[in-house]
Design a protein around this ligand. Structure first.
Ligand SMILES: [Zn+2]
Ligand SMILES: [Zn+2]
Length: 290
C-alpha cells in the first residue's frame, strides 16, 4: 500500500472517491469520474468504495444502501483494476476501499483486510456506525435519525460524540493486521448535523482529538481532509475543521485531500478552498512548534 508520507502536493491527489457501483451514488460511469480528475489536473486518484458490510450486520440505513451489496467486492476490485490500467498513462488510479470500523465487529474488519489487503493500493478507515441496545445506528444519516436513535441511547448529544471519539481511538490503536488502512476518513463525521443539533464545545472536542492525532502520528497514519462537510447544509464545515488540522500539523499527521465524490460533479470539489484552509493550518501548526 501507498506510504502516506510519500504524497503529491496537497490538492493533486483526490484520496476519497466512490464509483458507479456505490448504491447511494449517482451511478454515473466511474470512467467519467476519473476523466474529470484528469481534466482538473490531479496526479493521483484513489477509488475508495464502501466494501460489503459484515455477514449478519444489518445495514441501519432505511434503504440498506450504505455499502456494496454482499458478494460484489471482487467485481468492484476488477472494475477498479481495469480503470487503473486504462488510465495508467494519464493519472495514477489507486485501487482502494473505505473500510468501516464497526465497534463489536472488529474481527470482521480484520478478516476483510486479511482477505483483500494485498489487492489494495490504498485504503481509508472510517466510522459510520455506533451500537445501540440492539443493532446499530448511522451517525451520518440524518439529524432526525441521530435524535431518535443515538441521543436517547447514549443520553446526550455530547455522549454520542464521546462514544464516537472512543471508537475512533480504538480504530487507530487496534491491531488490524498488516493491511490496516493508513488514513482515517472524515474525522469529524459526527459534526454533520451540527447546525441542526448543536455540537460540543470546541475545547472539549480538541481534548478528545489530540490523543487520537498523537496515536495516528506514532503509527504513521494520515488524515483524509474531506471536502464533503463543507457542502452539507447542516454542517458547512470541513471534516475536520481548521482548529483540528492545526493540531494534526503539530502532531506530524500528513493531510490528504478527499472529495468524497459520489457523483462526477463532486470530484475535486472545493479543492482550492480546502487547500487554502490547509495552508493556513500548516502555517499556524508550524509556528506553534517549539
Ligand atoms: Zn458513500
Ligand atoms: Zn464515508
Amino acid at each position: 500500500m501507498l506510504d502516506p508520507h510519500d504524497t503529491p502536493r496537497f490538492g493533486l491527489w483526490d484520496g476519497h472517491t466512490h464509483s458507479e457501483l456505490c448504491p447511494h451514488g449517482s451511478f454515473e460511469p466511474t470512467s467519467a469520474f476519473v476523466e474529470r480528475a484528469i481534466a482538473l489536473g490531479f496526479e493521483r486518484y484513489s477509488l475508495t468504495e464502501h466494501p460489503p458490510l459484515p455477514e449478519g450486520f444489518v445495514d441501519p440505513a432505511p434503504q440498506q444502501d450504505c455499502a456494496l451489496p454482499r458478494g460484489s467486492l471482487e467485481r468492484y476490485l476488477e472494475h477498479a483494476r481495469a480503470l487503473r490500467s486504462r488510465y495508467a498513462d494519464r493519472i495514477e488510479v489507486c485501487v482502494g476501499l473505505e473500510v468501516d470500523f464497526i465497534p463489536g465487529r472488529e474481527r470482521d474488519c480484520r478478516a476483510l483486510l486479511d482477505a483483500v489487503g494485498r489487492a489494495l493500493d490504498d485504503a481509508l478507515l472510517s466510522i459510520h456506525f455506533l451500537p445501540l441496545a440492539s443493532g446499530y445506528a448511522c451517525i451520518d444519516f440524518s439529524a432526525e435519525h441521530t435524535q431518535r436513535l443515538l441521543i436517547p441511547y447514549y443520553g446526550s448529544l455530547q455522549a454520542v460524540h464521546a462514544a464516537y471519539w472512543r471508537t475512533v481511538r480504538s480504530a487507530v490503536e487496534m491491531d488490524l493486521g498488516p493491511w490496516k488502512p493508513k488514513r482515517i476518513g472524515h474525522l469529524t463525521l459526527t459534526q454533520k448535523f451540527r447546525l441542526e443539533l448543536g455540537e460540543p464545545p470546541l475545547e472539549w472536542t480538541l481534548e478528545q482529538v489530540e490523543p487520537i492525532l498523537r496515536a495516528m502520528a506514532e503509527r504513521g497514519m494520515a488524515l483524509d481532509v474531506n471536502a464533503a462537510g463543507l457542502k452539507k447544509p447542516g454542517c458547512r464545515q470541513l471534516y475536520p475543521p481548521e482548529e483540528i488540522l492545526v493540531l494534526a500539523v503539530r502532531c506530524g499527521v500528513p493531510l490528504i485531500y478527499g472529495s468524497d465524490a459520489h457523483a462526477v460533479a463532486g470530484v475535486g470539489q472545493l479543492r482550492d478552498e480546502v487547500a487554502q484552509i490547509v495552508t493556513r493550518a500548516r502555517g499556524a501548526g508550524a509556528s506553534a512548534l517549539p
